[in-house]
Design a protein around this ligand. Structure first.
Ligand code: GTR
Length: 325
């Protein structure tokens, strides 16, 4: 009798557990950021849209906080179909998909508005389409604010102050060259290793946007932040081609549309989070350098453009971006 009750209870709890994801197909989506971060919430919202629009045929479960691994590894796993969806920066795609280098170029965008205009237009579509040759489907672009240098040593007030310092960059050769062109040294490293590497002095600092600087806790160990805003790298939501091919054409359309509809949601969340993160960091006593002449930084990037913008295709993309009002 007791055993029966126990079995029944176990069955009921199993039903409840699966009940939370009672969809026919639950897409597993990866994100390096913690629960509550704008990218994580936006993909969860997209999942709600999917569940409703497919009458429960499709749902998304977001594995946040790098539960499925660091970005470079999860990209490979998404290509192999082990992970169904992935929300990542374009940076770690630079070495794999050359088109993603263009919006990752330092100072390519004049502002976040300029970036939105470009990524919502034909150049953005061209980049999304480029994922198809790499076993991925490009679904949508998200915001990643603008990235600036932070470090544990001293306030950076000019390019000269960067000389000889050691910064972590995302795993992209172009970012290694970017830091070298500024007179500093770069170490490509997974995001999850940055906190302890700053703490133990393996690196002097890193570079990122307000929400990442704050949510990663990097601001606790690197207390100088200089708003040189060298990068406005968009983020991207991709799907594994293997998972995509299993969907009916009708469901593929629904997925595409839900991804698109998650973009304004993400942008709103981003705006709020950027402000909140900035407030939290400022209140913590971090020294922030806002008054910095960006002209020498922009000038110093010429060799990076020369090295990476070589084909006619990429040159045209750069021109199209620059010509976008
Ligand atoms: C964040 C971005 C992440 C990750 C991280 C990093 O701004 O949202 O996807 O790329 O930067 O620096 O590794």
């Amino acid at each position: 009798m007791k055993l029966k009750t126990l079995t029944a209870a176990l069955l009921a709890s199993a039903a409840l557990t699966t009940g939370a994801f009672a969809c026919e197909t639950t897409l597993r989506s990866s994100d390096t950021h913690p629960e509550g971060y704008p990218t994580v919430v936006a993909v969860q919202k997209m999942g709600e849209m999917l569940e409703e629009r497919t009458d429960g045929r499709l749902c998304i479960e977001v594995f946040h906080s790098a539960q499925l691994g660091e970005e470079k590894d999860t990209i490979e796993q998404t290509q192999f179909g082990v992970i169904d969806m992935n929300r990542v920066s374009l940076g770690p795609f630079n070495n794999i998909i050359e088109e993603t280098q263009v919006p990752s170029l330092p100072y390519i965008f004049r502002s976040v508005e300029h970036m939105h205009k470009v990524m919502d237009g034909p150049v953005g579509q061209q980049i999304l389409d480029a994922f198809a040759d790499h076993d991925l489907i490009g679904l949508a672009f998200y915001d990643g604010g603008s990235r600036s240098f932070y470090n544990s040593e001293k306030p950076i007030k000019s390019m000269e102050d960067l000389a000889g310092m050691k910064f972590r960059v995302m795993q992209s050769d172009m970012f290694v060259d970017m830091v070298a062109a500024l007179g500093a040294n770069a170490t490509p490293m997974p995001y999850g290793e940055v906190y302890s590497s700053i703490q133990t002095g393996v690196i002097d600092g890193a570079e990122n946007n307000w929400p990442s600087y704050e949510s990663s806790g990097h601001f606790e160990v690197a207390k100088y932040y200089t708003l040189d805003q060298h990068l406005i790298v968009p983020e991207v939501l991709v799907m594994s081609k293997m998972a995509w091919d299993k969907l009916s054409p009708e469901d593929q359309e629904i997925v595409k549309q839900a991804a698109k509809d998650s973009v304004p949601v993400m942008r709103d969340l981003w705006e709020q989070r950027e402000k909140a993160s900035e407030e939290k960091v400022r209140a913590s006593g971090v020294e922030i350098v806002t008054d910095i002449d960006k002209t020498p930084f922009i000038e110093a990037m010429k060799p990076v453009y020369q090295k990476y913008v070589t084909s006619d295709k990429l040159k045209k993309m750069v021109e199209d971006i620059q010509a976008t009002e």
